[in-house]
Design a protein around this ligand. Structure first.
Ligand code: FES
Length: 182
């Protein structure tokens, strides 16, 4: 780099050009133009490395989600036999792991819905009220539509995660967690 203002330059003790100086003197120059050049170079390096770290982090999150979804595919679990739950009846169950409480409600002869029981506001358990077509959260009076899981009153803004169901041979199975409400 050719300096524009020779007043800002100093001559190294040995009189050699900067390129031939020891590394410590190149990294910590005493000439202003050179110092500014190195500051810009360090800033650019910092920005590039930060962007790279950010991109790697994003890729890592995407990969984790992908693996989790793949591992979570075959989660089939028996919940109840049809003759165990009357129309309007409710059954609590754990899915997809023993720490996740979910609720199954029978809406009709072959019509069932199931949701994660944890309120999407501050995680209180919701209470199914089939006679009122709703799931009620007593903590802050949140209300979810029973047929869709969507919030209809109170502070919750997100729908309850839905459990996908299948009926085979007179038995209701949970076959997927967190399906979007349609
Ligand atoms: S936790 Fe359910 S409404 Fe607040």
């Amino acid at each position: 780099m050719i300096p524009r203002d020779r007043e800002q330059l100093t001559v190294p003790p040995d009189g050699k050009p900067l390129a031939e100086q020891p590394k410590w003197r190149q990294d910590f120059p005493i000439d202003w133009p050179q110092d500014e050049y190195i500051s810009r170079r360090e800033l650019t390096k910092f920005l590039v490395l930060t962007s790279l770290a950010f991109a790697v982090g994003q890729c890592w999150i995407v990969a984790q989600n992908f693996l989790r979804k793949r591992q979570g595919q075959p989660l089939v679990q028996q919940i109840a036999r049809l003759d165990e739950i009357p129309v309007g009846g409710v059954r609590l169950f754990q899915y997809p792991d023993p720490h996740k409480s979910c609720v199954l409600v029978r809406l009709g002869e072959t019509d069932f819905v199931a949701y994660d029981q944890q309120c999407t506001h501050l995680a209180c358990p919701v209470i199914p009220e089939p006679q009122a077509n709703r799931l009620y959260c007593p903590c802050h009076e949140g209300v979810f539509d029973l047929a869709t899981g969507r919030p209809v009153a109170g502070p919750p803004r997100r729908p309850l995660p839905r459990i996908r169901l299948e009926i085979r041979d007179g038995t209701v199975y949970a076959v997927g967690y967190g399906e979007e409400t349609t």
